[in-house]
Each structure stands twice: as structure tokens, then as C-alpha cells.
Design a protein around this ligand. Structure first.
Ligand SMILES: NC(=O)c1ccc[n+]([C@@H]2O[C@H](COP(=O)([O-])OP(=O)(O)OC[C@H]3O[C@@H](n4cnc5c(N)ncnc54)[C@H](OP(=O)(O)O)[C@@H]3O)[C@@H](O)[C@H]2O)c1
Length: 401
């Protein structure tokens, strides 16, 4: 074998190992196979879980609607009567999706607006254009994402996964909040914010979120950085829920794992060419065990539209059931700890001065905890515990918003 081929082969083996480990772990989650309290299962489709729902009169923003789960989410929401605004960075792809949806559903109300979540300027422009358009906003679906690219910086010089998956959506939600509140008030209909996270949120860096090392290239681990950004998505929804409850706002905020679906998300995780026979074989095999996009969009559409979810907030859903109700708790979500400083509050960047809380612990304790699992925590870990090594000084990253 030539050295180039050997190199390719090693890369492929490494990617395959990571991918198979992910599949094995996903399949081991027996709760995903059960019919949950929703009455649906992991093989239910987005159309099935919204069957009979009349959502006409609602307006939704779906980010990342130019590919994968986002396209199907936009299509099914439009099918149910929602006016869908697709936030996409590739306007040509957005127009193609719009055309395809309208061709299938002539009554569909679908628009595409330019949004690059890795650019804070682009997010601000999008929000400003949307807010001044006079459209109401009932549903915000933060779906766009990238997974495990090599280390890269965004246009604002922030690690790309954290910038795209979390910060862009955090800013977007903040800038659209007044419009959402106004819509909820005037229409007397519950607003819903949905963060599409991932089971990977349980596998961030050992410290959880590296506030002080977001841009640390030398310690960059692409899957842990993905987990970090997805943990931030969960915490963001939790903190929104807490604030909405406190202020009596009629908007819910939830996060979810859509399942494992063969989409373009995996683009950074193989060096094999599209037509490489090994890749073609693996992708065909994967399709037999993974969800398709119709199933992959089900949890999002369920949480967005199904009346069963009315009033439910601060939950993490997977396969159409709230994980809180079925057992495993999402990291940092222990309700009894709500009155203590949660990591989600820190993530928001509102209490950077809490010195005692941010004190770093000794190595021994860290080692002991790390035996519990990759992130170093278990389902019974408290919010204060998972946040104990967070250095508040890193919060300046968030305060720049
Ligand atoms: N597929 C899975 O197995 C899986 C599992 C768990 C969680 N998820 C989550 O599900 C969500 C959807 O993923 P998917 O599987 O549908 O992947 P996908 O097919 O790659 O779609 C991702 C979407 O995000 C958009 N996007 C990426 N970077 C963006 C940016 N800077 N600004 C605006 N849009 C951007 C992409 O736009 P372009 O087309 O222009 O690149 C695309 O429309 C992601 O948040 C992902 O983390 C997926």
C-alpha cells in the first residue's frame, strides 16, 4: 500500500471506530425503543406526531432548513399550516427547499432569509430584518448545527462549533425575544423555543464548558467540543425556562435529541470520497439501522406542535419523550438545585462575579469524579457540582454579546 493509502486507511479506521461506538451507544439506549407517554416511538415520523394538528396562524423560524432534519421540519410545519421562515446561510439551497415544499404543498407559506450563525453580524442582521418585517413569531427552532470539524474559528474568532451551535442561537433567541413575547401576549397562544441538541451533550470536556478555553486549539477535541456546544444548547433552554417562569412569560423552552440520522452532519467525519465503495457500503448499511429524516424530525415537530407538550418547559426530549420523566436526567438539570447557581445561569453570563462558586477544585477530586463517566458526572450529580470548576473569568466571551 502506498503511504497515502495507508494514511487514508488509518483515518477511515479511526472514523469507523468513532462512528460504530456512537451507534452502539445509541442502540443501547433501550428507552428510545419504548413507546413513551406521548404514545409515539422512535420510529414515528414528523407527520405522524403532528397528525390532526391545525397550526394555521402560527409563524416559525427554523434555522438550518437547507439540509437534513431542518428541511423535513420546515416541510411538516408548513404542511400543518405554519408560516415557516427558514434561516439559511446558503440562499440558493434555501430557495430550492422552498420550491420543493411549495410544489408538494401548494398552500404552504415558506420563506427563506439569510442567516449565518457563525457570524454575530449576520445574526443581528437577520433578527433586525425579521423584527422589522412585522411578522409574529410563535416558534423558534434552533436546529442548525455542525459536528466535529477540525479546529476552526468563526468570523468573530470563536471556536466554530461553540459559535455556530450555541452562541449564534443564543444571540438569535435574545434578539427575537421581544417579538415572541409580544406575539404570545397578543395572540394568547403559547410560544415555543426548541433547541436541537444531541445525546453528545453528555460527553463534553471533563470540565463541562470550558469558559476560559473556548479558543484553546492545543486542547481541542472535536467531539468533546461538539458535546460542549450541545450541552450549552440544553442549558440555554433550561435557563430560558427559568426566566420565563420567573417573569410569567407564556413561552416554553425545551431541548432535544433527534436520534441518529444519516445527514450531511457527518461531512467532517470521513475523509473518504463520496463515491468511495467503502463509504457507499457503510452509508447503505447505516441507513438500515439509523432513523430516516422523517423520523429524525419527529421529536422537533412533536415538541413544536403537539398539544401534549402544552405548558411543558425546561425538558430534554429524546424519541418523543421527556428524559426527565423516563429516568436519566440531562446534565445540570436537578430541579432541587434550581435555587443554587446553575451552570446555565453562568452560561448566560449574568453572574460573573460569583467568586466562591467559580473556585477551582484540586486534582484529586477531579480524578475521583471522572471515574463516573466521560464528563465526570452521573445522573445524580447536582448543578452546583457540575459547575464547580467553571472559572467565571471566561464569561467575558459571552459578555461581548
Ligand atoms: N443527524 C444526526 O444524527 C444528529 C444527531 C444529534 C443531533 N443532531 C442535530 O440536529 C441538527 C440538524 O442536523 P442535521 O443532521 O440535519 O445536519 P445537516 O444535514 O448537516 O444540517 C445542518 C444544517 O445546519 C446548517 N448550518 C451549519 N452551519 C451553519 C451556519 N453557520 N449558519 C447557518 N446554518 C448553518 C446547514 O447549512 P448548510 O447546508 O449551508 O451547511 C444545514 O442546513 C444539528 O443541530 C445537529 O447537531 C443531529
Amino acid at each position: 500500500m502506498e503511504s497515502n493509502n495507508i494514511h487514508q486507511w488509518i483515518k477511515f479506521k479511526r472514523w469507523r471506530m468513532e462512528f460504530l461506538a456512537y451507534l452502539e451507544w445509541e442502540n443501547s439506549r433501550d428507552y428510545g425503543k419504548m413507546k413513551g407517554s406521548s404514545g409515539f416511538s422512535s420510529s414515528s415520523t414528523a407527520e405522524e406526531v403532528t397528525h390532526g394538528v391545525d397550526a394555521s396562524g402560527l409563524t416559525a423560524i427554523v434555522t438550518g432548513a437547507s439540509s437534513g432534519i431542518g428541511i423535513e421540519t420546515a416541510r411538516v410545519l408548513a404542511l400543518r399550516g405554519v408560516h415557516v421562515i427558514m434561516g439559511v446561510r446558503n440562499m440558493a439551497a434555501g430557495r430550492d427547499v422552498k420550491e420543493a415544499i411549495v410544489k408538494e404543498i401548494p398552500s404552504a407559506k415558506v420563506d427563506a432569509m439569510e442567516l449565518d450563525l457563525s457570524s454575530l453580524v449576520s445574526v443581528r442582521n437577520f433578527a433586525s430584518d425579521f423584527n422589522s418585517s412585522g411578522h409574529p413569531l410563535n416558534l423558534l427552532i434552533n436546529n442548525a448545527g455542525i459536528m466535529a470539524p477540525p479546529f476552526m474559528l468563526s468570523k468573530d474568532n470563536l471556536e466554530l462549533q461553540f459559535a455556530t451551535n450555541y452562541l449564534g442561537h443564543f444571540l438569535l433567541a435574545n434578539l427575537l425575544l421581544d417579538t415572541m413575547k409580544k406575539t404570545a401576549r397578543e395572540s394568547n397562544r403559547e410560544g415555543r423555543i426548541i433547541n436541537v441538541s444531541s445525546e453528545f451533550h453528555r460527553y463534553p470536556y471533563p470540565e463541562g464548558i470550558r469558559f476560559d478555553k473556548i479558543n484553546d486549539q492545543s486542547g481541542y477535541k472535536k467531539f468533546q467540543a461538539y458535546g460542549q456546544s450541545k450541552l450549552a444548547n440544553v442549558l440555554h433552554a433550561n435557563e430560558l425556562m427559568r426566566r420565563f417562569k420567573e417573569d410569567g412569560v407564556n413561552i416554553t423552552a425545551n431541548s432535544l435529541h433527534p436520534g441518529v440520522i444519516a445527514t450531511n452532519l457527518f461531512r467532517h467525519n470521513t475523509s473518504l470520497a463520496d463515491d468511495n465503495p467503502i463509504r457507499v457500503f457503510l452509508e447503505s448499511a447505516a441507513r438500515l439501522v439509523l432513523k430516516n429524516v422523517q423520523q429524525g424530525a419527529a421529536t422537533t415537530c412533536y415538541v413544536a406542535l403537539n398539544p401534549q407538550v402544552k405548558g411543558v418547559s425546561g425538558e430534554y426530549f429524546s424519541d418523543l419523550v421527556s428524559m426527565d420523566r423516563t429516568g436519566p436526567l440531562a446534565l445540570a438539570r436537578n430541579r432541587n438545585e434550581m435555587d443554587k447557581p446553575p451552570l446555565s445561569t453562568d452560561l448566560w453570563g449574568v453572574q460573573p462575579q460569583r467568586k466562591g462558586f467559580c473556585r477551582r477544585c484540586g486534582n484529586d477530586k477531579r480524578e475521583k469524579l471522572s471515574k463516573k463517566g466521560a464528563p465526570g458526572f452521573s445522573a445524580s450529580s447536582t448543578a452546583a457540582k457540575v459547575a464547580q470548576w467553571i472559572d467565571g473569568s471566561g464569561l467575558t466571551v459571552l459578555r461581548t454579546l
